[in-house]
Structure formats: structure tokens, C-alpha cells
Write a protein that binds this ligand. Structure first.
Ligand SMILES: NC(=O)c1ccc[n+]([C@@H]2O[C@H](COP(=O)([O-])OP(=O)(O)OC[C@H]3O[C@@H](n4cnc5c(N)ncnc54)[C@H](OP(=O)(O)O)[C@@H]3O)[C@@H](O)[C@H]2O)c1
Length: 271
């Protein structure tokens, strides 16, 4: 199942990951996911389960270096020292010497705080605690601040992204700047009752969740579906080796409601 994408810094990243938000006891989910082909886990300090991610990876039987692990620093820690301390704590929690990807969790906090946190992550990369640095919930204007400060650009921007909230301006900016877009809440948190999604699930004999993950992959995003249930974890990854036809992709594309379609905090417009 593992397909990868090459980031702008040359590292490779799987094109599908397991989300672990709202799953404090996620060790079992991580283990099941990895044993069934997942190679990426999307965590965060805010989820309070970095230790559990490390346990699940350790129990999976797959080598650490073959798994791509992400965490994120929350805006409450956006000073240089606060972020550096958070990162060191994350690394200790994981029980591994490094993260493959570490993100600033959102743009909340103002420009100075954002840049201070970002610089700490770049220094964490220089000292080997992180392989790649990225951002989450950033609009183009927030990423342009990084460029204007003369800092290395992020390799990933993780945003809420599904057919109802397609984040077109952010996606367009990231594509132009060689920043890979990770799609969070790609299953619309289980709100599948839309007739188009139901129609396509029937047509392709797939679960609605699989239609949503497949749409994300075909649009070039890196979806991070969350489940705590083994059978769903497995089903959500059975999204390779088949395609949604262009006319049906267009039907899903037509569901976009812009920011109105967001179902999470989606704090991409903060100053
Ligand atoms: N950067 C950010 O600010 C941010 C924000 C939100 C999320 N994220 C990341 O993105 C990940 C995914 O987003 P999310 O957790 O918000 O939502 P999601 O993946 O869109 O949906 C998760 C919900 O869908 C249910 N579900 C999963 N598979 C299903 C299936 N096959 N059939 C029916 N229901 C299913 C899950 O329940 P069960 O667990 O019971 O299966 C859960 O309630 C998070 O875990 C996190 O890693 C990041």
C-alpha cells in the first residue's frame, strides 16, 4: 500500500497517514495500522498521546526508520525557548531520537511568535531532532512571512481539506511553492450523508470513507484519516489500485463550500 511523495528537501513521505486526534490510547491503533501497511502516523502535543504513538510503533514489528512520524507544537508554546523545550519533550515522549516531520500546529499567536517557534524547529532540525519542518493551518500570508524572514521554507502545510472545504487559495499557493498539502479531517469526521458521496460509494462498491480518501489522493493531497477501530483503519487504507473517474471527481469537486464547508477550528485567517 505504501506510496510516497518526495518533499522539497529530498526526504520521502508516505501519501497516506493515520490520524490520532481524540485517541489518547492510540498505541493499538498505531500498531494495527502499521501491521496493515500504513507507514505514517500524524500526532501532536495537543493530542497528549506521543508516548502512545511510540509504544504502538515499537509494538508493530516494523523498524522505526521505516515509519514516518509527525508531531506538532501548540501555539501556547510559541516562544523560541518554549518551542525548543516542547520539541525536546516530544522526542523524549516518543522514545526515539527524532521526528520525521514536526509542524507549528497553527498560525495563532501573531507573526513574532510564529517566527520564533519556526526558528526553534529549524534549529531542532539542525541538531537532528527533526528531519523535516512544516506548518499547519497556515495561509499564504503566514508562509510568506517565513520567506521574508530569509528562513528555509516549510515542506508541508497541513490544513482541513475535504470536498466541502477545498482550501483552493492555500492549495494553489502551496503547489506553486512546492509545499505538499496534507489533508486533515479528510473523512469530514464521519459526516457521509451527502447524496453524491453515497451515490459514488454505491457505484464503486466502496465505503463512503474510501471515496473521500481516494478523492484526496487523486487531487494530490496527503490524507490523514483517523480511526480507533481496526476494521475501519484497514478499510480506510484500501484506496490504492482503483480510481474515481474524472466525471465523478468533478461531482465531488462541485461540493466545495469554501470556508463555510469547514467543520473544525480551521484557523487559517488569523493575523
Ligand atoms: N492540524 C490540525 O489542526 C488538525 C486538526 C484536526 C485533525 N488533524 C489530524 O487529522 C486527523 C484526521 O482528522 P479528524 O480526526 O479530525 O477527522 P476524520 O479523519 O475526518 O474523521 C474521524 C472520524 O471518522 C470516524 N471514522 C473513521 N473511519 C470511518 C469509517 N470508515 N466509517 C465511518 N466512520 C469513520 C472516526 O470514528 P472512529 O475512530 O470511531 O472510527 C472519527 O469519528 C486527526 O486525527 C489529526 O491527526 C489535524
Amino acid at each position: 500500500m505504501v506510496e510516497t511523495v518526495t518533499l522539497s528537501n529530498g526526504h520521502t513521505m508516505p501519501t497516506l497517514g493515520l490520524g490520532v486526534y481524540m485517541n489518547e490510547e492510540c498505541a493499538e491503533a498505531c500498531k494495527v495500522a502499521i501491521q496493515n501497511g500504513y507507514r505514517m502516523i500524524d500526532g501532536a502535543r495537543y493530542y497528549e498521546n506521543e508516548v502512545q504513538v511510540g509504544v504502538g510503533v515499537g509494538n508493530s514489528g516494523v523498524k522505526r526508520e521505516d515509519i514516518f512520524i509527525t508531531s506538532k507544537v501548540f501555539h501556547a508554546d510559541y516562544t523560541y525557548d518554549g518551542t525548543m523545550a516542547a520539541l525536546k519533550d516530544s522526542v523524549a515522549n516518543l522514545g526515539s531520537s527524532y521526528y520525521d516531520l514536526y509542524l507549528t500546529h497553527s498560525a495563532i499567536g501573531g507573526k513574532d511568535a510564529r517566527l520564533a517557534a519556526y526558528k526553534a524547529l529549524l534549529d531542532g532540525k539542525a541538531s537532528g531532532m527533526i528531519k523535516s519542518v512544516g506548518v499547519s493551518n497556515y495561509s499564504a500570508k503566514h508562509i510568506e512571512e517565513i520567506r521574508e524572514a530569509g528562513l528555509e521554507m516549510p515542506v508541508v502545510n497541513q490544513v482541513e481539506l475535504h470536498p466541502f472545504c477545498q482550501q483552493k487559495p492555500i492549495v494553489e499557493y502551496c503547489t506553486k511553492n512546492n509545499i505538499i498539502v496534507q489533508a486533515y479531517s479528510p473523512l469530514v469526521r464521519g459526516a457521509f450523508d451527502n447524496p453524491v458521496i453515497q451515490e459514488l460509494a454505491t457505484k464503486y462498491s466502496k465505503a463512503p470513507a474510501q471515496i473521500l480518501v481516494r478523492w484526496s489522493l487523486q487531487r494530490g493531497f496527503v490524507p490523514l484519516p483517523k480511526s480507533s477501530q481496526p476494521e475501519r483503519i484497514i478499510s480506510n487504507s484500501q484506496v490504492f489500485g482503483w480510481n474515481i473517474e474524472p466525471a465523478d471527481m468533478a461531482k465531488l469537486d462541485a461540493l466545495d463550500r469554501g470556508k463555510e464547508g469547514a467543520i473544525t477550528w480551521n484557523p487559517v485567517d488569523v493575523d
